[in-house]
Design a binder for this molecule. Structure first.
Ligand code: ADP
Ligand code: MG
Length: 711
């Protein structure tokens, strides 16, 4: 017989024509995010089952992790105590029987899944029973029913990859499909990492790595596999981070060129000297250090692109101000963009007196401006009559054109998307860009998200700050929290009360800010001035309230989350958060950061209502335990995952298929180093040897980093 011509495979093959995948399965695979052959290859196991050691039941010994096969002969539940139940399934082979036990199980599901008479593969660690003398038993084993078709051998004697499957697709079927695709198609993958990097890190090739991860050889320690620490896994993690970092490095190298030269500024001029004299305090060492870094940037003729990370209350505003004034002193315009109107208004109110004293003109631009005024301001900005413009995202909308924008500062930048951040840079000239963030972004996330920027850490608080004491009050004790408010008020201190929503909308049980204000004013504190503030108020009204609050004419501000970011009232020492369980961790930390800004000891009281979820509880406890924004951000990343962490669609976060930002931070750092050094050697990625890499980066990142318009 003539051998049949060998089938030709290609990475472009349609999934449907892979053996075992018809239209129906293709549909289910699609739900798992598997649309192409390449998706299959990169759909990786999240853990492994060690079925290398196979024994007969009679040969099992306590404490040894093994695999055995057998038949289910009895399945029964027993009660222990009033509430607890145990499921016991007896498994038998030709040499003996052993009970498998479950203490946590869904009875109906288990009965259906493991019928009497079924043949099973069991993996676990047999131990001596605590109750039944010297008998061996195995608790919570991995157990799989075998329904072998002809010619099939059971999956034993090897390491078995376990994938996240979904309804309508047996794990075994999925495993079969994936292993077939890996066997036929993995070799077609081209290498994308440069040779020298592979050599330096002793990485396996790309296709070899994928084969090892899907079809691991028996000599690999399962522990390493489960912790993603085999060379193959490390290589794939590295590769993923590397693509992102190459993208960032590429951008960092090219952006200044496409943008043209920046404006070299003179720094530390007389205007700055005057301003520093006006300040009521001395700058901290950290503030001075960061200002030094920024001034060095501003003196270059290439546009600055710097991120300042500093916890809430570390004093970023004054740093921003000195930068703005430096731009003014260099006869250019500058802008400060913030995420909320109320914060824009506050900055405006704070900065205006300084500007007046220094003879600098300043305007506020928000979407709340009446049309006529807006037009006047727009015209003034365009003609160059305004030095400093403070505003919300209204600043990047159509109509605002600067005559000569030298510097743009973006405050609380995590609230803006990548595109918005970049839009401000396009408002005329090639301005220097300074972004500031108060939500501390975990270092690993910062490296992936803002890796094209230079980063400064404002890691020192102004002197005299006292740690904020945080306490949780569950609903029946709500009034105890408010009793503490009375105590603060008697000391002449002020308080914030934050509520999640302004009007009763979706859920009736949600405390509204209006209700809370009325309750506090009428029932608890008729003698205090309790004022409501929210985002739907008129600008003038809101400004008046903030001015009055600063002047201590108001004792308690009941607010929606509009006050979340930036607001600075040093005499406020108490923050009460209603329905604290509904807020995210970083949000809670931000809100708490509204107090503890002066010399007095401050407190944050979290009021939680009955049905707190497990996640909710975890958040409340995390926030109670730590005052450190970085610790909290890491915790948040753990609870929520990176995509969700950033909150917005436009966060610019590429999807990580293999890598984990917490587990793999070391690999991230090494990938970053390699990526930036590669781009030093080949800034445009023009080397023919780097074309695969360039393509892979483009297809992986797509428009995530807004690379398209520069490549
Ligand atoms: P954030 O970093 O959260 O934006 P702010 O810039 O609002 O913090 O500063 C918080 C408070 O600390 C403000 O009241 C500010 O006036 C004060 N502050 C800033 N720098 C100093 C300093 N060097 N010494 C004393 N107080 C300072
Ligand atoms: Mg701030």
């Amino acid at each position: 017989m003539k051998p049949s011509p060998q089938k030709k495979y290609s990475l472009e093959d349609a999934l449907q024509y892979i053996k075992g995948v018809g239209p129906k399965r293709a549909f289910v695979l699609d739900k798992l995010g598997i649309k192409s052959i390449e998706d299959c290859l990169f759909f990786l196991p999240f853990r492994y089952e060690d079925r290398t050691l196979v024994k007969k039941i009679a040969d099992l010994v306590p404490g040894e992790r093994v695999t055995f096969t057998g038949e289910i002969v009895v399945a029964d539940t027993q009660r222990i105590g009033r509430r607890k139940k145990i499921l016991e399934i007896q498994i038998e082979d030709e040499t003996g029987t052993i009970p498998a036990k479950w203490f946590r199980f869904r009875e109906l599901y288990m009965v259906e899944k493991y019928p009497i008479g079924a043949r099973v593969i069991v993996s676990g660690k047999p131990e001596i029973s605590r109750y039944q003398g010297k008998r061996l038993e195995v608790t919570h084993p991995d157990m799989e029913v075998i329904s072998l078709k002809e010619n099939e051998t059971p999956e034993i004697g090897k390491l078995i990859p376990v994938y996240h499957s979904t309804e309508g697709l047996h794990l075994k079927t999925l495993r079969g499909i994936l292993s077939r695709v890996v066997e036929t198609h993995a070799n077609l993958l081209q290498e994308i990492l440069p040779d020298e990097i592979i050599r330096r890190h002793q990485f396996p090739s790309r296709s070899e790595a994928l084969k090892q991860v899907h079809l691991p050889t028996n000599d690999l320690p399962v522990k390493d596999l489960d912790h993603f620490r085999t060379p193959a896994q490390k290589r794939l993690i590295f590769e993923e981070f590397f693509l992102i970092q190459v993208g960032l490095a590429f951008k960092k190298k090219l952006v200044p060129k496409t943008k043209g030269p920046g404006r070299a500024m003179k720094t530390r001029g007389p205007l700055i000297g005057k301003f520093i004299k006006l300040l009521k305090f001395e700058l901290t060492q950290a503030q001075k250090r960061i200002l030094g870094e920024i001034m060095d940037d501003l003196e270059q003729d290439k546009p600055m692109n710097r991120l300042i990370q500093g916890d809430v209350g570390s004093g970023k505003t004054v740093v921003a101000l000195i930068c703005l004034l430096t731009a003014v002193e260099n006869k250019t315009q500058c802008a400060l963009m913030v995420p909320t109107e109320i914060l824009a208004e506050q900055h405006f109110l704070n900065i205006k007196p300084h500007c007046e004293a220094l003879g600098v003109s300043i305007e506020l631009v928000t979407s709340a401006l009446p049309a006529k005024e807006k037009k006047r301001i727009q015209q003034n900005i365009q003609e160059g009559n305004v030095d400093i413009v403070i505003g919300t995202h209204a600043l990047i909308q159509k109509g605002i054109e600067f005559k000569n924008l030298g510097l743009a500062v973006i405050d609380e930048q995590h609230r803006f998307g990548v595109l918005q951040r970049e839009a401000i840079g396009k408002k005329g000239g090639h301005p220097h860009i300074l972004v500031m963030t108060a939500t501390p972004i975990p270092r690993s996330l910062a490296l992936t998200l803002y890796g094209e920027m230079d980063v400064s850490f404002l890691d020192e608080f102004p002197p005299g700050r006292q740690p904020i004491a945080t306490r949780i009050f569950y609903e029946p004790k709500r009034d105890q929290a408010y009793a503490l408010l009375r105590a603060e008020a008697e000391q002449g201190r002020q308080a914030f009360v934050v509520c999640p929503l302004i009007e009763e909308s979706e859920t009736l049980d949600l405390k509204t800010a209006i209700e809370v204000q009325e309750y506090l004013q009428n029932q608890l504190f008729p003698d205090l001035k309790i004022q409501l503030i929210h985002g739907k108020m008129k600008k003038e009204e809101r400004q008046q309230i903030m001015t009055d609050f600063l002047a201590k004419k108001i004792d308690v501000l009941v607010a929606t989350t509009v006050i979340e970011v930036g607001i600075d009232v040093p005499n406020a020492t108490l923050m009460i958060i209603e329905h604290a369980e509904r807020f995210g961790l970083s949000q809670l930390h931000q809100l708490r950061g509204r107090v503890g800004r002066g010399q007095h000891a401050s407190q944050c009281l979290l009021i939680a209502y009955s049905s707190v979820s497990e996640d909710g509880k975890a958040r409340l406890e995390a926030i109670q335990k730590s005052n450190d924004g970085f610790v909290i951000a890491e915790e948040d990343l753990k609870i929520r995952g990176p995509g969700d962490f950033m909150g917005t669609r436009q966060s610019g976060m590429p999807i990580l298929r293999v890598a984990n930002l917490i587990r793999d931070i070391k690999i991230l750092e090494s990938a970053r180093k390699e990526a930036f050094s590669l781009l030093d050697r080949d800034p445009g990625l023009k080397d023919p040897q780097h074309q695969n890499l360039r393509q892979a980066m483009q297809s992986y990142l797509g428009d995530k980093l807004n690379l398209m318009n520069i490549i």
